[in-house]
Design a protein around this ligand. Structure first.
Ligand code: TPP
Ligand code: MG
Length: 410
């Protein structure tokens, strides 16, 4: 007979709680330029280390260094900076609009702007994103009109989705932005299925799946990886690790795995970790993965290491579960300030031009908001017709819905 241990569950705990000193000593950060850039047809097992390191291009001085640097011109970087600044200004105005009761709900991207803005650049027209609620940068960077986003947020008479979706759950086939599903992780199975369909048709279009750190605990995440790896689907599997899932810290969903990227290795999927606050690194890695998919080399898993600076949503108060100063201690800095510093160093930008651009962008956002509000907000002005509830959902309307429609008088 052996002595049995007293059993107990291991429940991971964040390093600090409100009132404590923020501590990110657990986040091991590689020096910018230190991680190799393998050929796109590399085998997953030959780049295992890339799932545990962090690919970075911008160093502390704002210089772009190493094998992942040099992929973008100054002009492209200036556009990238403008996109991120636009997303930030858009967020600030919509957060305020929610506080003013013009919409019931909003979710911002503060600190995570580089992920979606830089990623969009790696895709072509016709490729399809399956995004969550924290990738509006995909739309902004693709030139989707802000007024249409606002009309959707206000659920007004010009809402492109006619009030049938929650605020911020945008949809645009033309801009490669699949209708956002509130049920997290469904994006993964849908994206892999879409990519498989593209390959079955011998098409050239690729898909991108999006998920947050917390949502990787959903079984859909794992099912999607089985199909993606078995059939070598042309898909980019994105995990945005912003350290938090509402009030749950990333350690809960990560479990015993060293990193989220490392989850890909068990499936034989090449997996990379990238500095999510580094516009240049995000773009370089996304393009690498897109090239693999386009060359029919199969899926790539990318973990973006970033930090959710703001609240989860307008219904959340992070001071209840993390130190107030935690975002200031985040070691990877701010994506807008880092790209700005880089462009100033290259003499392609200046403090004055930045301040001027900030003012111009805010004017554009305010003007779009003025026009959107003209079409109505949550409690004022034009609304979608009740008839719209019944349209565009079923190819053939079931009898019970038809009866409801008749009862409603439409
Ligand atoms: C399947 C499912 N379970 C639970 C929720 C409720 N929920 C909404 S957001 C969220 C946290 C998600 O965190 P994460 O995946 O890290 O994404 P983040 O919000 O940090 O971008 C949860 C649990 C949901 N929307 N869908
Ligand atoms: Mg998260």
């Amino acid at each position: 007979m052996t002595d049995n241990a007293r059993l107990s569950l291991h429940v991971p705990e964040p390093a600090v709680r409100p009132g404590g000193q923020p501590d990110f000593s657990n986040v091991k950060i590689a020096a910018a330029g230190a991680v190799a850039r393998p050929a796109v047809d590399v085998a997953a097992e030959d780049i295992r280390d890339l799932a545990y390191s962090i690919i970075r291009v911008l160093d502390r001085n704002g210089e772009a260094v190493g094998p992942w640097a040099g992929a973008l011109s100054n002009e492209e970087l200036l556009t990238g900076l403008r996109n991120m600044m636009t997303l930030r200004a858009f967020d600030a105005r919509m957060l305020m609009a929610q506080r003013q009761g013009k919409t019931s709900f909003y979710m911002q991207h503060l600190g995570e702007e580089a992920v979606s803005c830089a990623f969009r650049k790696a895709l072509n027209k016709g490729d399809m994103n399956f995004p969550t609620y924290r990738q509006a940068g995909l739309l902004i960077a693709d030139g989707y009109p802000m007024i249409d986003m606002m009309n959707q947020i206000f659920s007004n008479e010009s809402d492109p989705l006619h009030g049938r979706q929650l605020p911020i759950m945008y949809s645009s086939k033309e801009h490669g932005f699949f209708t956002i599903s509130g049920n997290l992780a469904t994006q993964y199975v849908q994206a892999v299925g879409w990519a498989m369909a593209s390959a079955i048709r011998n098409d050239s279009k690729i898909a991108a799946a999006w998920i947050g750190d917390g949502s990787t605990a959903e079984s859909d995440f794992h099912s999607a990886l089985v199909f993606a790896s078995t059939y070598k689907a042309p898909v980019i599997l994105n995990i945005v690790n912003n350290q938090w899932a509402i009030s749950t810290f990333q350690g809960i969903a990560r479990g015993g795995s060293g990193t989220f990227a490392a989850r890909g290795l068990g499936f034989g999927i090449p997996a990379l970790r990238v500095d999510g606050n580094d516009y240049l690194a995000v773009y370089a890695v996304a393009r690498w993965a897109a090239e693999r998919a386009r060359r029919n080399l199969g899926p790539t898993l990318i973990e973006y290491v970033t930090y959710r600076v703001g609240a989860h949503s307008t219904s959340d108060d992070p001071s209840a579960y993390r130190p107030k100063t935690e975002s200031e201690a985040w070691p990877l800095g701010d994506p807008v300030l880092r790209l700005k510093k880089h462009l100033i160093l290259k003499q392609a930008w200046s403090e004055e031009r930045h301040a001027q651009a900030e003012a111009e962008i805010m004017d554009e956002v305010i003007e779009a908001q003025r026009q959107a509000e003209h079409h109505g907000t949550l409690h004022a002005g034009g609304k979608p017709s009740v008839r719209d509830i019944f349209e565009g959902v079923y190819a053939e309307m079931p009898p019970h819905i038809r009866r409801q429609r008749q009862k409603a008088g439409y």
